[in-house]
Design a protein around this ligand. Structure first.
Ligand SMILES: Cc1cc2nc3c(=O)[nH]c(=O)nc-3n(C[C@H](O)[C@H](O)[C@H](O)COP(=O)(O)OP(=O)(O)OC[C@H]3O[C@@H](n4cnc5c(N)ncnc54)[C@H](O)[C@@H]3O)c2cc1C
Length: 532
């Protein structure tokens, strides 16, 4: 057995793991990062397709007189692709916050010395389409959004002003909390009045209190979370509005994968070691303290510090049996976010000329709670909500000239028709095909007419794909759900009850998302460095 010694072993290279590893390496610690996939980044990766090498595409391929031909399975539509295509798709995300100078994410990149290596393009054109009305979000961010809502719902002015004021005060307190001093700690009940008051509040309780109409409530609940108003924490909502809507969101030139590639490069430059395609299998403890990690290829990485960026249910199983029970007990009540279906497409339609926004939220059902009940019951509504992004409108280098990439994300249950075909590959393929077709129909009706006749490529991912690539719990998009009992300090901390074992990522504090998990990595790195 090969044995190597390190200051810390990091398991999993999602944003949390990558950030922790790089910050520690930058401070001169000898760090090894273990990742089970072929590339680092977890959910934050890009993948390339040339129209001929799909991993699990529903498409079929044929040769035609020596020319490679891409044939799509939509029976009514067969399109031949020239072979010099090359698409760079984002596996999951659409944007990242805090990238402005001094912003939360900018500061982390600056600490790593890579803030100048990624060009962040501000996202300025977003369209939210609901049954019967639309809310555009253009330059001017939050204020233009609020003005648009006010113009649509003048009778809700009083409520809207009260809502905005609450959101801003919570934003201030969250900011102040991140720089907490002992004076503020002593004065906690006064300094953090709103954080205490709304600690248990759902978004619904606030919406019902301040607004009369259902439409404005639906518009205000257009957020990066899978929970309906009754289950989403208002503190989470206020934090997201402050950070994303008020400060703005960005798209990294070159695709989302550029973020993880850049951090990984800085890690290696600081002397960090990355081992790909190996899995952490066991964590050894001696006298209850961390001693090292055994990987599935039989290597032992010795260290008194382990940082885990993986699903906590899997982490627990890596520990000796006697340590599993108390941790499992704590985790029994965790609620997880939903998973999703993702359709990746390429088209030769001139989407720029059509003046489409980079990001469109396309909602067909008015009742958010009903949609959630359907999803949690293992079913998909007849007209599910579509979340559409067109990255080539911001960065044309992601596809050949004149072509565009479209990504459609739909919240779906993991158990859909008993986990997508009960392990039968043909059924699975058919279900993906059926669902892709449905999405295309909805997209054509509401956003991009004639898309099917201009499709160059498509490929789909299901919750099973997300689970397979990242081991997230039932393909959970955002780790723990942001329910009132699972936000901020109510999420598991970085330091676990086992000396030397730290946790980062979207099952921990402070929250999910690229910035949230990157901050979790920074919290862990700081806690480790403070103890040295
Ligand atoms: C479809 C989708 C869209 C999203 N959109 C956005 C967005 O627009 N903006 C945003 O900010 N956030 C978005 N998010 C959320 C965000 O991507 C995640 O919250 C965040 O990236 C999770 O990071 P993490 O550190 O928890 O690690 P993960 O990304 O979960 O990565 C964990 C890593 O650990 C590895 N691993 C697991 N087990 C082992 C093992 N035993 N040994 C070795 N390696 C292991 C996995 O292979 C993986 O690489 C989106 C998520 C999804 C799914």
């Amino acid at each position: 057995m090969s044995i190597r010694k390190y200051d810390a072993v990091v398991i999993g290279s999602g944003m949390g793991g990558l950030t922790a590893a790089s910050l520690l390496a930058k401070k001169g610690l000898k760090i090894v990062l273990i990742e089970k996939e072929k590339q680092v980044g977890g959910y934050v990766v890009s993948f390339k397709r040339d129209g001929f090498t799909p991993l699990e595409s529903p498409s079929i391929y044929a040769r035609d007189g020596g020319n490679r031909k891409h044939q799509l399975l939509f029976e009514d539509r067969v399109k031949t692709l020239p072979f010099q295509t090359g698409f760079t798709f984002d596996a999951t995300g659409a944007f990242v916050g805090g990238c402005q100078v001094g912003g939360e994410f900018y500061q982390i990149l600056e600490e790593l010395g890579v803030h100048k290596e990624i060009e962040f393009i501000p996202v300025q054109h977003i369209q939210n389409i609901y049954p019967g009305f639309e809310v555009p979000l253009r330059k001017g961010g939050f204020h233009s959004y609020m003005d648009a809502l006010l113009a649509l719902f003048p009778e809700e002015e009083k409520g809207l002003k009260a809502y905005l004021s609450l959101v801003k005060q919570i934003g201030e307190e969250v900011r102040s909390y991140s720089e907490i001093t002992w004076v503020k700690k002593v004065l906690f009940p006064y300094t953090f009045r709103h954080l205490i008051r709304f600690h248990k509040s759902s978004h619904q309780s606030i919406l019902d209190n301040l607004f009369k109409g259902g439409e404005i409530k639906m518009a205000l609940h257009t957020l990066p979370a899978t929970e309906p108003p009754s289950r989403l924490s208002f503190l989470f909502v206020a934090t997201v509005i402050n950070k994303a809507l008020i400060e703005g969101v960005f798209y990294p030139k070159g695709g989302m994968g550029r973020i993880s590639e850049t951090i990984a490069k800085s890690f290696e430059q600081a002397g960090g070691e990355i081992h790909l395609q190996i899995e952490g299998e066991k964590i050894f403890l001696r006298d209850g303290k961390v001693e090292g990690v055994l990987t599935n290829d039989g290597r032992l990485f010795q260290s008194s510090l382990v940082v885990s960026d993986i699903n906590p249910n899997h982490l627990v199983k890596m520990l000796p049996l006697e340590f599993q029970e108390p941790l499992l007990k704590k985790m029994k009540h965790f609620e997880y976010s939903l998973s999703c279906f993702i359709l990746y497409m390429a088209t030769d339609l001139d989407l720029k000329k059509m003046e489409l926004p980079y990001f469109t939220y396309l909602r067909f059902l008015s009742n958010l709670e009903e949609e959630d009940r359907i999803l949690r019951g293992g079913k998909i509504p007849n007209h599910p909500t579509l979340i559409v992004s067109i990255p080539t409108l911001l960065d044309s280098s992601l596809a050949p000239l004149g072509q565009h990439l479209i990504k459609v994300l739909v919240y779906v249950p993991y158990d859909y028709r008993e986990a997508w075909g009960k392990g039968d590959p043909e059924k699975y393929r058919q279900m993906k095909e059926e669902f892709s077709r449905k999405i295309l129909q909805q997209l054509e009706t509401k956003l991009i007419p004639d898309l099917r006749n201009h499709l160059l490529f498509y490929e789909a991912a299901t919750p099973l794909t997300l689970e397979r690539y990242t081991e997230n719990e039932r393909g959970a998009m955002y780790g723990l759900a942001s329910t009132p009992g699972q936000v901020g300090n109510s999420r598991p901390p970085q330091q676990t009850s086992i000396p030397g074992l730290y946790q980062v990522g979207h099952y921990t504090r402070p929250s999910h998302g690229i910035v949230g998990t990157s901050l979790s990595g920074r919290f862990a790195a700081r806690a480790i460095l403070q103890k040295r």
